[in-house]
Design a protein around this ligand. Structure first.
Ligand SMILES: [Zn+2]
Length: 563
């Protein structure tokens, strides 16, 4: 009876359509909205300081981010359309705030389930705690040493963590290369590819036995497979990105680098490339090898932006009508009602972490910032290097040096917790600055080696540009660098404890295990000798803050710039 009624109703509707002169032909395309974020890094609570702002095209900024606001914006974007898919371009976890990190980022993975994520690529930070921990993140189970601290069990994530270019040493795949998700009847092939240079940014022990292959090769091999399977709508989640020369969320002021090179070479079968890793905002169109325009987009980091790509898919070919693609980066503003379920999850994590997070560990007289003046020496960098030197005194350390990329946020006088503003530094705030749990190491370097390390702050890249990584140094080290001098001979006047450094003399130098293993391009540090282990970098930092209350920014006189 019901079937007959439906047929009759359908017939009436069809007659109605046919008799209406204004009726349009039935659409030959299906609309599918892709919604992606990248480099969330466990930012459950709205990130503070510049990490919680989005720069607009006019240079002003707006507050953005926070897991509960992110959930609201995702739901709003999904409600506007019939078909949508949520994706992540990697680094969901790792280097995350205490309320996520304390629970091995389980609350963040729960939030991603809540957001309805369909797939994520494996970023470098998904491997911070090793391959077994990555598998636990995926499939669930309690942490082998810490157990289940957040909830009584951890179920894993409901979406695949992809890595088409991640293999074991024997060449076998170590991660799923792609997944297929169906939206609006359209099968969408999602390929995940992480940066081939991942070993440069992850501690060697964590990725022992794994290999990271060429991004383009992996994309194209996987894309061909999807072609064979008849899956014409193809999306790449690429955990690699370019830098920009500023601009708003939808500008394309990128400095062409690894991501642009990959985008130019990746198979024309791929219709959209979501990028990540560089924490930049851009919305670009780069022609594929067949000359067709293709969206290449990134949404800053920490859940501040959602990259929204609206596709029109031909119903017959099931392929994307590339010329009809529109894309924008949606700002995760905080003027919306926080999503209740996401807020409950976020608040639960914060509440459970609070007794540890709110413990005072020191105090400061004014903001200690990581922003570098032209010399490269930042106030916060000075303090951290001094802390690392103090913490390794028992290793006879004479100087300490740390990589700027490991300093994740500023220490602000106002503080991040409500009711602060008294210069008190809490454990949670110190944690946010040094979240990697790197181990300090002290090694012996000759004066010549020390000079080489300092010269390695400037790294020539294949495209002719120079990557600059200014080490933050303890008060016992001074030197001058020349803007005009060529790469390899920029550094002069090096002194340790006021005495000129000579090539043959030896020095005890403390660094974290990340750069000790050659991370950030400091290859010379791998040649250090007589290595002694030290404390976790965060413990070095909090001990120093406790021992030096009312800490003020040190005089910025360690690094001098010459013309
Ligand atoms: Zn990354």
């Amino acid at each position: 009876m019901r079937a007959i009624t439906t047929v009759v109703a359908a017939a009436v509707i069809m007659v109605g359509l046919a008799s209406s002169p204004a009726a349009a032909a039935p659409s030959s395309t299906t609309d599918v909205r892709l919604i992606a974020f990248n480099d969330f890094h466990g930012n459950l609570q709205p990130p503070a300081g510049s990490s919680g702002r989005v720069t607009l095209p006019d240079g002003t900024s707006v507050n953005a981010g926070g897991g509960a606001y992110l959930a609201t914006h995702v739901k709003q974007l999904r409600a506007q359309v019939r078909n949508s898919v949520v994706l992540s371009a990697g680094d969901n976890v790792g280097a995350s705030p205490l309320d996520s990190a304390l629970f091995h980022d389980e609350p963040t993975m729960d939030l991603l389930n809540e957001l309805g994520v369909s797939a994520s690529v494996i970023g470098n930070h998904e491997l911070d705690e090793g391959y077994r921990e990555l598998q636990r993140m995926q499939f669930g189970g309690c942490h082998p040493t810490d157990g289940c601290q957040f909830h009584s069990s951890y179920p894993g994530v409901k979406f695949p963590l992809l890595g088409a270019n991640i293999t074991f040493d024997n060449g076998l795949p170590a991660a799923l290369p792609f997944t297929v998700t169906v939206s609006g009847g359209v099968p969408i092939g999602v390929i995940g590819v992480t940066l081939k240079d991942l070993p440069l940014v992850v501690t060697p022990e964590a990725i022992k036995g794994l290999k990271f292959g060429d991004e383009v090769k992996a994309i194209n091999q996987t894309s061909r497979l999807l072609d064979v399977l008849g899956i014409k709508t193809q999306v790449v989640l690429l955990h690699q990105g370019d830098n920009t020369e500023g601009g708003g969320p939808d500008d394309c002021r990128t400095v062409p680098g690894a991501a642009t090179a990959i985008a130019k070479a990746a198979s024309p079968s791929v219709d959209v490339i979501f990028t990540g890793h560089s924490h930049q905002q851009y919305n670009c169109v780069i022609d594929d090898p067949a000359g067709n325009p293709r969206t290449v987009i990134q949404g800053a980091s920490f859940g501040r932006l959602l990259s929204v790509v609206d596709l029109k898919v031909d119903k017959h070919t099931r392929d994307v009508v590339r010329s009809a693609t529109t894309a924008h980066n949606e700002i995760v503003t905080r003027d919306v009602t926080p999503d209740p379920a996401a807020k409950a999850l976020v608040d639960e994590a914060t509440t459970k972490a609070a007794p540890i997070a709110n413990k005072p560990v020191g105090s400061i007289t004014t903001d200690l910032v990581r922003a570098q003046p032209p010399s490269g020496e930042s106030a916060l960098g000075d303090v951290i290097a001094d802390a690392q030197l103090a913490s390794t005194a028992s290793n006879s350390a004479q100087i300490a040096m740390t990589n700027p990329g490991g300093i994740r946020t500023d220490l602000t006088f106002a503080g991040s917790a409500a009711g602060e503003g008294d210069g008190v530094v809490t454990y949670g705030e110190a944690f946010a600055v040094q979240p990697f749990s790197n181990i300090m190491q002290t090694m012996t370097l000759t004066g010549a080696q020390l000079k080489t390390v300092l010269e390695q702050q400037w790294q020539p890249k294949p495209d002719g540009s120079v990557q600059v990584n200014m080490l933050q140094i303890s008060s016992t080290l001074h030197y001058t660098w020349s803007q005009a001098a060529p790469v390899g001979s920029k550094v002069s006047n090096i002194t340790v404890a006021g005495q000129p450094v000579t090539d043959a003399a030896t020095y005890r130098v403390s660094v974290n295990n990340f750069i000790a293993a050659g991370g950030d391009g400091f290859a010379e540090l791998k040649n250090g000798t007589d290595i002694a282990g030290g404390p976790v970098d965060l413990d070095a930092f909090t001990s120093y803050l406790t021992a030096n209350p009312n800490l003020a920014p040190p005089a910025a006189d360690r690094i001098t710039v010459a013309p």
